[in-house]
Design a protein around this ligand. Sequence first.
Ligand code: NAD
Length: 315
Amino acid sequence: MNVLVVGAGGQIGTELVPHLQKIYGEDNIIAADLRPDVVERLSKGSRALTLDALDLKSYRETVKKYNIDRIYNLVALLSATGENNPLLAWNINMGALVNSLEIAKELNCSLFTPSSIGAFGKETPHKNTPQDTIMRPNTMYGVCKVSGELLSDYYFTRFGVDTRSVRFPGIISNGCLPGGGTTDYAVEVFYEIIRKGEYTCPIPENTYMDMLYMPDALNACTQLMDADPAKLIHRNSFNVTAMSFSPKELFAAITKRVPDAKFHYSIDPVKANISASWPDNMDDSSARGEWNWNPAWDMESMIDDMLSAIKAKQN
Ligand SMILES: NC(=O)c1ccc[n+]([C@@H]2O[C@H](COP(=O)([O-])OP(=O)(O)OC[C@H]3O[C@@H](n4cnc5c(N)ncnc54)[C@H](O)[C@@H]3O)[C@@H](O)[C@H]2O)c1
């Protein structure tokens, strides 16, 4: 199995590449990103190259050259950054997806492109959000994610392209800083508490959002793509979650471990607005039933691991 990860230098790709290497072998994974500095970093541990996913010709040549069977398309401009430049977000998010779909169709690759809780909107039921429900997001990021889900399903039903994906909630990790999303606070807080002993949160204290710890997110990426297609009723995209908490709850749990930690709030209206429109907690029973999704990390175990990993890093 030869696998190409496009947008490999971001929060997910940085950890997905070594995860894939462990499963499919080091030489079978190609990591590609637009930014040469990121490619330089990636090339220390993997076969890495500079690639603009919006350049269809180079993208196609790369897939041909390395005889790629499976593509992970992680290219995106994330929710908060996307609101500052909506047209750019549309062009990047949809451009990379359309090119990935066309290449997957032409060269017979399977394709994973993450969707997000950002695909939901204000009218979506916020508690126990169903797999199949109202999806009317009011952000450009969300508009791209819903369009991407529909387009990916279209390529599957119309052309038989093996497209699969999940609606990731906030992903908490300590490998690479997040790239401008609404759930970034749940990562930033650990760095700031360890470095400075205090953190100023941009999200209102009682806002609940789903989250996943990175090891579970990586398993979702590979487990779904390796799942028996005959068992999949859905494809694009599956709700997946492992925990749901508010800033207030997370900070109280951190305080139990770091009693001197201080928390303040300075609300970012863009992030507050986006987070208010997203689910409080999703129902992920379709993922559990169709491909045995079964996350291992909860909030308490994630906090312990984040604190010790970031302390070790900063020492
Ligand atoms: N991180 C999360 O919490 C989260 C949550 C839900 C969904 N997702 C989705 O997962 C995917 C990956 O997210 P992430 O957090 O790793 O994003 P990120 O912003 O950290 O990384 C994106 C990467 O794409 C690269 N890139 C941008 N334009 C490119 C182009 N034209 N060609 C090639 N590379 C390009 C960037 O250099 C960057 O390294 C995205 O689809 C995102 O919407 C992430």
